[in-house]
Ligand binder design. Sequence first.
Ligand code: AMP
Length: 273
Amino acid sequence: MIEISKFYIKQNLRLGFAPTMGCLHDGHLSLLEHLNRRCDARVASIFVNPKQFCPGEDFERYPRDEERDLKLLKKNCDYVFIPYEKEMYPKGFSTSVEVSGLSDTLCGKKRMGHFKGVTTVVARLFGIVRPTFAAFGQKDYQQFVIIKKMTQDLSFGIQLIMCPTVREKDGLAMSSRNMYLSSEERARALSLRKALLTAKKEIEIGQTKAENLKKTMLKVMNNLGAKAEYAEIVDTENLQTVDPIHGEVLLAVAAYVGKTRLIDNEILRCKEL
Ligand code: AMP
């Protein structure tokens, strides 16, 4: 991969990069589609990164289907980088990258060390692939903001693109983890989207109190068969709570449906105070 990157840099060509953990769906493919418009060639990586799974999470059983992924990528990108763990973290690897503050809110509160694992692997991947552009999904909005901050703070000189969340027909955000859901859980998983849309409607008719909106979202999720982990309304840049809501805000939810942890979000532009 490093030789390919060198070639593109030497030729002054733009390489686009989409890091993934595989088990690809249309959300992943949309990242490559967004890169296509801006780049001369596209790279996708597949690496289930052990460092971003917390103890007790699903690292071992995370869905993997390399053969199917490669078939999909054949039509949608130019290079696929599938490193071994030893290649990503060779013996003696002792560096970690952590973005403080932004990593401690929302999902970071419960998933201790998760974002440190993400920034460490993405920094390493950026160093190997050395892309001009890198694409990430809005579905993992907090991850995007953290990677953006890391990219700025460490002067990586990579342009980041945030791509809209791709959804199933009924509105469920696509996720590799949706594979875990039974058909009955699949129906309950819609509660995250319902919670966001209910809050959005309340905002449209004048509700500005974040506390009330949070309560609404938690209630919708719990009433529709999910076990809510959080519902938050935060500033889109610093991820701090905004109350009363104003300006551009992120409505973010996380909930368990059975044993599967799901997330979703919505960005809203509200009136200024
Ligand atoms: P993952 O394989 O889950 O680590 O995701 C790899 C990339 O795909 C991340 O940038 C995600 O935000 C993005 N992604 C995952 N699901 C979606 C989706 N439904 N829509 C858009 N992007 C997504």
